[in-house]
Design a protein around this ligand. Sequence first.
Ligand code: MRU
Length: 356
Amino acid sequence: MVKTMKWQSSALILLDQTKLPINVEFIECKDYKRVIDAIKRLEVRGAPAIGAAAGFAMVLALKEIISEENLLASYAVRRDEIIAARPTAVNLEWAANLLYTSVEEMLEAKLDSVLILANIEKLALKIYDTDIEKNKTMGTFGAEIMPEKAIVLTHCNAGALATCGYGTALGVIRAAYEVGKLKMVYSDETRPLLQGSRLTAWELLEDGIPVTTITDNMAAWTILKKGINAIVVGADRIASNGDTANKIGTYGLAVLAKEHNIPFYIAAPASTFDFDIATGDEIKIEERSGDEVRMFQGIPSAPPNVAVFNPGFDVTPGDLITGIITEYGVLEKPYISAIAKLKENVSKENLFTWKA
Ligand code: MRU
């Protein structure tokens, strides 16, 4: 299975996802600013992957300023720059805040700078390592609820490429394949940047999992004609009531699932939940450059001066979601209580502490 990133202590090596599936190339990020650029350009993308990359960016940032007198103030500036790289996926904000708060606590506890740096690096690696484990657990829960002979539609790329390995939605699909339940995956092309046809199709083919790619406007017809019996997608931010932000086009699929009476699942780790917001109305939706729609890889496909609306994500109301597959089990409606319980479990477990 592909590896999206590799930590080398003085640098973060990223698989350049903008070059796939034509070329497999890597980028060496020796400072946090290069990681920010990689996140902005979608060289690394997908909510859990940008969360892990943000963690390593925080390590690189800390190394630069560890001897400064006003360490915390400088670190806060860098943390905010990292968070601003992409606003919708909460994993990025979660990882950056976690490492910042940990440094704050360690300074209060009077730890020396060598130990602070070592503990922060350990925490960033823990974010990376636990993501793979969580995806596998999520996959097991998800495979149990997949129909026999599953014909699954997925959108964008919520696979090994969007995470630290295995994947969320594609983790469920992988696990269903491993237990012999999967017949076919339909992968939406996912305009405008084609994460579905460039990345999901490539990733599944690499692993020998049966996949058929369709363009986004073929989804309704494919559901009718090809017997799709489940839709599984990832998430970028989930509010306390289950409203879920994911790649633009997800909401339309949830509406289609309701109309055709097929289950619509979200697969996401606890780090994708934003327990601080009540509903999806509070989620900031990233708007990207109009040129992503006016052209593809530099080739114009629309008048250069046409106005474009290019939201990167949409929000699917919790009501339209059949279940949310997490590493703690499958959450069911009513989501307000299920997500409150999830929050309790996460804080009881307290996985991410520098004291560990
Ligand atoms: O803009 P992207 O490619 O970062 O968007 C990614 C998605 O929307 C994924 O489907 C989502 O992050 C889930 S990732 C496991």
